[in-house]
Structures are given as C-alpha cells and as structure tokens.
Design a protein around this ligand. Sequence first.
Ligand code: FES
Length: 212
Amino acid sequence: MPSQIWVLDRSVGRERAEALLGSLAAREIPASLREVPGGLALVIDDAPAGLERPPEVVRSSTIEVPTGSQVTRRHFLDTFAVSLSVAAIASGTVLAGLYASPPHERTPETDEMDVGSVSEIEAQGSRVFRFGREPCVVVAAGGRFHALSTVCSHLGCIVQWVPRSQHLACPCHRASFDLEGNVREGPPPRPLTAYAVAVRNDRVVVRRRTTA
Ligand code: FES
C-alpha cells in the first residue's frame, strides 16, 4: 500500500496530534508523529484506500516508497515529510492558516452549506467537511443523514465516525457519542453540536439550527 504524509496546521498542538495518531491506531493503521519545520506531521506507512484526512491536515501527499529495508523506508518518509512541510510554508499555505487540500478548505461563515450529492455520501458512508471554521462530519445511516460537529465537548479533541459500531469516538478520553450527538460514555459534559440536514435536488444541505 502507498504511504501518506499529513502535514498538520501549525495551530495543532502535540496533544491534538497524538489524538489523531490514536484514532489511526484504533483503526489499526500504523502511523507515527514527526516534528517538521512549522509544526507536526503524521507519517502513515501503509494507508488504506479511501483514508479520509482530518480537517487539521493542511497538506498531504501519497507516495510510493522505494523498496528497501525499514530503515531506508523510514528515512525516506521522514525526509519527504520535511520537504513537504517546507513546501507548505514556502507557498504560504501554513502561514496563511488556510486549508489547502479539498475537501478541507476553510469556508466562509454561513448558515447553510451543500456538502455533496446524496449518491456520493451514501457510497462513502460519511464525509468530513468544514462548516465555517467548525470541523464536521455528515453520516449516512438508517436511511437518513446526520451532520455533527467533530469537536469533542470535553476538551476539544476531534472525534471520529466509527462505522462498525455506529458511533463517534473521541480518542482522547475514550468518550463516545451517538448519531444525534448525545454522550454515550466518557467525560464530555454536553452533546456534540448537531446540524439540520435537508436533501434538495439530490444534494445534501446542512443548516445551522438554534438548538444543539
Ligand atoms: Fe473528548 Fe476528553 S476531549 S473525551
């Protein structure tokens, strides 16, 4: 399988980066954390097809690593991660705080957002997106769509949708939430912010609502 390098936004601290690492580990995806110019990067040795990038990723690249020993492979990935982060800084992507990799572009503040076609999202099962500045996920389950903020209401780690058990998991303190955003277990004091979802002309449209 190909390897992936994910350069994280420079505002992402080590705790959040380790939480992302934990969420990969929970899915049995081997990865490691590297310090690179301008911040941190996740190095994923064997990335499964269709692996979704979290919203914190400002730059990513999929690469085929030359065959050789594990040391050679690790050295190659580390070197590539550094060069990728330098390129991100040079292009102004990181310094500007923008999200360069679609679909993780930062979008203007708005009360309504088209997040994709019904068929695409049903085929993928879920899709991460940004609603203004808020990292979110829309999930197709039980014949309908659910849209939720992925910012944990405890200390702000990013939760991940776990299709196998049909819940959202926070890797930081082992919390989980149902598809309405309600806390199922763990320390979060509040539900996740949930958004209204409508289907219009085969498009999935997410809207803010006045109550979470
Ligand atoms: Fe999510 Fe603590 S930050 S459970």
